[in-house]
Design a binder for this molecule. Structure first.
Ligand code: APR
Length: 238
């Protein structure tokens, strides 16, 4: 008789942004023609904007939700999900879509909320799954306590409740990967500072991204091709 050998897998922590889902057809924010070129961010992604014109904000996210329902994960999402065979993978995403989950990733933290959930404007803990068949949030849609529902999104100027959880995960990373984020928005971009010294850091992005570090291995391609290359490079790490 022999005890089963415990296989200890390396912890791969992946921070993703809008570029992760670009090849699925979802717009990024800051590329030219991105969402913030078309919509004034202060009107559609701040509590002040919501108070001033809730209908405009609800509609902005209703359109995003319908777009999401018409898309699929891309090869990058699927590649990360497959890496769970070889690594303990934790994904920390700034994206509000659920494409990582759809691709099969089992550990996904959403820093900026989730498009397919609504929540009460009065009680933060009252969060509801949105039915894909009836996916709009409209003025007059209420929580069980009788208050207007809003998208379950972290807007600019709001707290990022998942950041302490994300920081704790990043501190334990054996390998850290950044995919498709311009690293402009804090506290998400600050997670790079929580990576331990000597932990290898990879960046997948077709453009240069300013990180303040010069020891990052930049895979300068889109997410699908980049994840494939990452898997080749990491084959010797597990
Ligand atoms: N594959 C990988 N990266 C890509 C691709 C692609 N196919 N296409 C574009 N990118 C890169 C861009 O080069 C850019 O560096 O994705 C990044 C997108 O950056 P942003 O549009 O700034 O998106 P993100 O960093 O996720 O924004 C952070 O800001 O507006 C808020 O809450 C919103 O979560 C969002 C946050």
């Amino acid at each position: 008789m022999r005890e089963k050998e415990a296989v200890i897998m390396k912890k791969l922590v992946v921070l993703t942004g809008a570029g992760m889902s670009a090849e699925s057809g979802i717009s990024t924010f800051r590329d030219s023609g991105g969402l913030w070129d078309k919509y004034p961010v202060e009107k559609v992604a701040t509590p002040e904007g919501f108070n001033a014109n809730p209908e405009l904000v609800l509609n902005f996210y209703n359109v995003r939700r319908r777009e999401l329902l018409a898309t699929k994960p891309n090869a990058g999402h699927y590649g990360l999900a497959e890496m769970e065979k070889d690594f303990e993978v934790s994904i920390i995403t700034q994206n509000i879509d659920n494409l990582h989950e759809q691709a099969g990733s089992t550990s996904v933290i959403h820093l900026h909320g989730e498009l397919m959930k609504s929540r009460s404007t009065a009680y933060e803990s009252l969060v509801y799954d949105i039915d894909p068949e009836n996916c709009d949030i409209n003025l007059g849609d209420k929580c069980e306590m009788g208050y207007q529902l809003r998208p379950h999104i972290v807007w600019f100027g709001e707290m990022v409740p998942m950041i302490p959880v994300a920081e704790a995960i990043v501190r334990k990373a054996d390998i850290f990967v950044i995919i498709g984020t311009s690293m402009n928005v804090y506290p998400a971009a600050g997670l790079l500072n929580d990576v331990k010294r000597n932990v290898p850091v990879y960046l997948i992005d077709p453009k240069d991204v300013s990180t303040g570090r010069h020891d990052i291995h930049h895979i300068k391609t889109g997410a699908s091709e980049g994840v494939k290359e990452l898997r080749r490079l990491l084959a010797r790490h597990n």
